[in-house]
Design a protein around this ligand. Structure first.
Ligand SMILES: Nc1nc2c(ncn2[C@@H]2O[C@H](COP(=O)(O)OP(=O)(O)O)[C@@H](O)[C@H]2O)c(=O)[nH]1
Ligand SMILES: [Mg+2]
Length: 292
């Protein structure tokens, strides 16, 4: 009998939701950076072992909506929650629950959501630091389990997967058994490049960037040709993205290409253009054409 569990990964920005998803799936399906609001839309990660399929929903972190893009991100979280069998609340090992965790616990309570508290980044603290955190979270909500893990090193992740497999309801699988994600290779190509800007550019520049895959084609010799356009909000940003003598763009492109080659197991030839489109984050037409 097949079992399928749909699991919402919730938590404030930067708690490691996307890192955990990638760790579980074993591939880069969600981009990761130290900056909040890296994840813009809902991303599905899938792992299937034997008869049990776990479907994870990585969501943008919950935060105050300041633009139409942010509005859509909050709506994405709410839509995902409705279809989940269980939720993971990811949190920091050395911080007590604050307003974002309290809001999420409220939502779980209202929905009668079964939840596991995942205290991530256990690699970064002494064990004794975890005790008050665990005590505070057990008072916050009636979690079925509270488990410290490290998404970065993988510590505790197998135990977490076992907890989820044990709770997966009997249901037909939703994805093929070898599927890892609902993200297309085209989307991942653009996301890998955006990830590089998030990691290496400062302040407001990376959050004003959208990357679009214009062309994604496999040549007869197996090489994959990818054309990407980077949209930014200001002419000055364009200069920063390209860098002096094009060095920033070149380095970002090389890293993104390497990650894409690893994903696809093929050689990639990448071309990148940079264009200025003012205020795209508040323009419905542009948001739709960028796929939000
Ligand atoms: N030390 C440590 N850092 C982590 C761990 N998991 C994630 N991070 C880092 O935390 C930052 C945010 O991670 P990300 O997955 O993008 O968080 P998200 O915003 O919740 O999706 C990144 O710099 C990660 O490398 C972990 O287990 N240990
Ligand atoms: Mg994320």
């Amino acid at each position: 009998m097949q079992k399928t569990g749909i699991i919402l990964i919730a938590g404030r920005p930067n708690t490691g939701k996307s890192t955990l998803l990638n760790r579980i799936v074993g591939s880069r399906v969600a981009i990761v950076s130290p900056k909040p609001q890296t994840t813009r839309s809902r991303i599905v990660g899938v792992t299937t072992r034997g008869e049990t399929q776990l479907v994870f929903l990585d969501t943008p972190g919950l935060h105050k909506a300041q633009s139409k893009l942010a509005d859509r991100m909050v709506k994405t979280i709410m839509d995902s929650a409705a279809s989940a069998d269980m939720a993971l609340l990811l949190c920091e090992p050395d911080k007590l629950p604050g307003p974002p965790e309290k809001i999420l616990a409220e939502r779980f309570r209202a929905a009668g959501m079964r939840a596991i508290c995942v205290i991530n980044k256990a690699d970064a603290v002494q064990k004794s630091v975890l005790l008050p955190t665990i005590a505070a979270y057990s008072a916050l909500y009636d979690f079925e389990e509270i488990i410290p893990i490290s998404a970065r090193t993988g510590d505790g992740v197998e135990e977490l997967i076992a907890m989820l497999e044990a709770r997966a309801p009997e249901a037909e699988h939703i994805y093929e058994d070898d599927d890892m994600t609902d993200q297309s290779e085209r989307t991942l190509a653009a996301e890998y490049l955006r990830e590089q800007f998030l990691r290496h550019l400062d302040r407001e520049v990376p959050h004003g960037i959208a990357v679009v895959t214009e062309r994604f084609e496999e040549r007869e010799d197996g090489v994959i040709e990818v054309d990407l356009t980077v949209y930014c909000e200001k002419r000055t940003h364009k200069g920063i993205i390209i860098g002096s003598h094009g060095e920033t763009l070149k380095a970002a492109g090389a890293n993104a290409r390497r990650n894409l080659e690893e994903l696809l197991g093929a050689q990639v030839y990448m071309q990148i253009w940079v264009r200025v489109k003012e205020d795209w984050r508040n323009n419905d037409y542009l948001l739709a054409s960028f796929g939000f």
